[in-house]
Ligand binder design. Structure first.
Ligand code: HEM
Length: 425
């Protein structure tokens, strides 16, 4: 049996997405399916899972974010001073920026139309003329160029492509022990510098962002105390719309893998696209996208800090101790999901399951009142579009390693799923 007083931070880095199951198995605690006591990042913590755990974690009167993540991780991934680590009134005021920037239906629809055009250009210029390339790289570039344009950051094709790969590298290395982590840190520096310069030039009147674009909203934003964002924080928050949209490319790679392993779903999406005449917003494509977000690993867990002494499912947490929600474990919790280890988009077809309190690939609660991701419409929309585009292709998968390491956070199929001999069906 595991010693609950022994710090398990290194085990988390080593075991990745398997860490939480390992903790539960090792604890010898009968309450372990719902929660387990452990020691992480030098302090005692409670790891919770499932719908009740989600409710606790997203109860803002019980759990706060300040001090939850070590600056080494949060500064690298989200940028220093970002919305992710704010609480209460400060959080509400800053979050309003993202709700306006990312959750408007008409604006999301415009992004999807632009991304569809970008996919078509990519097909015409890269895959159809016979070049071999990975779905991941293609999606990084397609999403990257679209989101930059959509956010009001105008730049040339080459620069947009470079920024897209740099932002993707920030995500790729944030939780890895090794060179990818250093690369992530370095790219964070170069991207912060590039975006800070863009913000400064706009404030100096040298560039004028499109009205109501994310860039414009960041410049107009006022925090709870009435102050504008300083140049660095403005650059960080503008990237907090752009970088995670590019990170949807990781799901695109998993989607290609899912189509390879479950060709019946590729056929169903292709039929839907043929019937509707568009790859955007198809119901089957959304079900596939949601199952990709549920089934494949991306966010492992999220940390918060107890605001007061608490009791959860028979376990005590003292004020100041960490509470962690097991995101991956909740989307695979056998108490909520029928055959959680089977890839089956049917569970999302006409069932309303996407609104369930235990479907939390991008956080729980509501985006408007808590820390839930404001980018779910963009993520699911882009993925469903990508399902429509990929389903319309004939392609060969050359010999390659399609496995993904569960000990790496974040993970994805090693080569990003390489396609060759691509043609339209
Ligand atoms: C790859 C797809 C994505 C995944 C897996 C993802 C996941 C998450 C998760 C787990 C959180 C934290 C929730 C919490 O702290 O409780 C979050 C927050 C956030 N996400 Fe996403 N996200 C994705 C895409 C996006 C997109 C497309 C945007 C663009 C707007 C976005 C913007 C944000 C922001 C600004 C926050 C901070 C919210 C807050 O602290 O209130 N994300 N995301």
């Amino acid at each position: 049996m595991r010693n609950p007083l022994k710090d398990t931070t290194l085990e988390l880095l080593r075991r990745g997405y398997h860490f939480m199951d390992w903790q539960r198995a090792e604890s010898g605690d009968p309450g372990a399916p719902a929660r387990v006591r452990l020691r992480l990042l030098g302090t005692p913590a409670l790891l919770v899972r499932g719908e009740a755990g989600v409710r606790l974690f997203y109860d803002t009167s019980a759990v706060k974010r300040e001090g939850a993540l070590p600056p080494l991780i949060s500064g690298g991934l989200f940028g220093s001073g970002s919305v992710h680590g704010l609480d209460d009134e400060e959080h509400r005021a800053r979050k309003a920026l993202f709700i306006r920037a990312a959750m408007d239906d008409a604006a999301v629809a415009a992004l999807l139309r632009d991304a569809e055009a970008e996919w078509n250009s990519h097909l015409d210029e890269v895959w159809l003329p016979g070049r071999t390339g990975s779905v991941y790289d293609a999606a990084v570039e397609v999403y990257g160029r679209s989101i930059l344009r959509w956010a009001g950051v105008e730049t040339d094709h080459e620069t947009a492509t470079r920024i897209a790969h740099d932002e993707a590298a920030i995500v790729d290395g944030f939780g890895v022990v090794g060179p990818a982590f250093l690369r992530s840190k370095w790219k964070r520096k170069t991207c912060d510098a590039w975006f800070t310069d863009v913000i400064r030039r706009a404030r100096a009147g040298e560039i004028e962002p499109r009205p109501s674009s994310a860039f414009d909203l960041v410049l107009q934003h006022r925090d709870a105390d009435g102050s504008a964002l300083d140049d660095h924080t403005a650059a960080v928050e503008l990237q907090n719309v752009i970088r995670p949209t590019i990170a949807v490319a990781r799901y695109a790679a998993f989607l290609a893998l899912a189509f390879h392993r479950h060709p019946e779903w590729r056929t169903r999406v292709a039929e839907e696209v043929a019937e509707r005449g568009t790859p955007i917003d198809g119901e089957v494509a959304f079900a596939v996208a949601d199952e990709v977000r549920r089934y494949y690993p991306f966010v492992p867990l999220l940390p918060g800090v107890a605001r007061r002494d608490l009791k959860h499912e028979g376990a005590q947490v003292a004020e100041g101790e960490r509470i962690l929600i097991d995101v991956y474990g909740t989307t695979h919790d056998e108490r909520h999901w029928d055959q959680p280890d089977a890839f089956d988009p049917t569970r999302f077809l006409g069932t309303g399951e996407m609104f369930a309190g235990y479907f939390i690939p991008q956080g729980g609660g509501t985006a408007e009142t808590g820390h839930r991701c404001p980018g779910e419409k963009i993520t699911a929309g882009l993925l469903a579009l990508t399902a429509g585009v990929l389903a319309g292709l004939r392609a060969t998968l050359p010999r390659q390693d399609l496995t993904y390491r569960m000990g790496r956070m974040p993970t994805m199929p090693r080569g990003g799923v390489v396609l060759s001999d691509v043609s339209r069906r």
